[in-house]
Ligand binder design. Structure first.
Ligand code: ADE
Ligand code: ZN
Length: 322
């Protein structure tokens, strides 16, 4: 398998990482202490998760502790700093406004922007933003988010996603189709979580109802060979997060379909999803996958090229990344 030093030195691109999942435990503990907020469980188990529902409720609690824009700016800056130390040069960071209950949309985006701007000025990774809808939100809330984008056009926002529990809220269906169409007409990239807590039907919905350009997770597409062939033929990128799936979805790596999806010719990318909450890094993910699947450096370079092609940034940036 590929040597860790080679992995570290490879300039990497990450497309599926949630800012909500990238807050270090020490930050959470110090915010909770400052505000005399009781921890939802013992400190030692604070970041232990069994299922997605409990995981998402924890995000609400944790992000609710962030009440000042300055705190969020630091969280964003530190994220870019840690990413850079992993050799990540470009990242698209998912931010779901529903989790950040103490800040409104404008305050939220402004603070994240400020942190990412300062990071880039300091020569760190170029971090862009994907604003995400929670699957349980209403059609109107989805349209309002995109309308807000139309008016404010924050320059680091490159696309939208939808996340949350695909099972509990049922299939997303046509609820967000109007918002997605509007976002696309404004030039935004479209992605959605699908085929994680939903089966292949969630992936079909993302493609046919939302018209996505790529898919977050999408791993359960493997349960439908016709769908696998379609994703390969149409070059639909799947932003895969192996450790996250091992925590919430599959019992072990031998059951994980990343190798099969890659072999089928689908442009898969490797990502962390929620690095601090899961205690993982992108370099460890690269190493784990290369070890489990016998990937060589050419394969790691190929998935990085897939990520650059799948990125929602301007073409001139892509040329710079290549
Ligand atoms: N929000 C943060 N991580 C998530 C995941 N893996 N699935 C759905 N929503 C999320
Ligand atoms: Zn995710």
């Amino acid at each position: 398998f590929v040597d860790m030093k080679v992995i570290r030195d490879l300039p990497k691109v990450e497309l599926h990482v949630h800012l909500e999942g990238a807050i270090p435990k020490e930050t959470v503990l110090s915010l909770a202490a400052e505000q005399n907020a009781a921890l939802p469980r013992q400190e030692r188990d604070l970041f232990s998760f069994q299922e997605l529902g409990g995981f998402l409720r924890f995000l609400d609690w944790m992000c609710g502790l962030v009440r000042e824009q300055a705190t969020l700016e630091t969280i964003a800056y530190d994220f870019a700093f840690r990413s850079s130390r992993q050799g990540i040069v470009y990242s698209e960071v998912i931010v779901n406004p529903t989790h950040w209950r103490a800040l409104d949309l404008e305050q939220l985006v402004e603070a994240v922007h400020a942190g990412f701007d300062r990071a880039q000025e300091d020569g760190l990774a170029d971090c862009r933003i994907l604003l995400s809808l929670a699957r349980h939100q209403t059609e109107k809330e989805a349209r309002d988010l995109v309308e807000w984008l139309r008016v404010y056009r924050p320059n680091r926002v490159v696309g939208i996603s939808v996340d949350g529990d695909e099972g509990a809220a049922g299939r997303t269906g046509p609820k967000f189709a109007g918002a997605y169409t509007m976002a696309e007409s404004l030039g935004y990239g479209l992605t959605a979580h699908a085929g994680e807590s939903s089966g292949p039907e969630g992936v079909y919905d993302a493609l046919d109802v939302l018209g996505v350009h790529r898919i977050d997770h999408g791993v359960r597409a493997v349960e439908d060979q016709k769908l696998v062939r379609r994703l390969a033929q149409d070059h639909v990128p799947l932003n895969i997060c192996v450790s996250s799936n091992l925590a919430l979805l599959y019992p072990d790596l031998s059951n994980h379909p990343v190798g099969a999806l890659y072999e089928a010719g689908i442009p898969v990318t490797i990502n962390t999803d929620d690095p601090e909450l899961l205690g993982v890094t992108l370099n460890d993910e690269f190493q784990m996958v290369s070890e489990a699947l016998g990937w060589k450096v050419e394969d790691l370079t190929r998935v990085t090229e897939y990520a650059i092609s799948a990125a929602f940034c301007e073409e001139s940036k892509k040329r710079e990344l290549r």
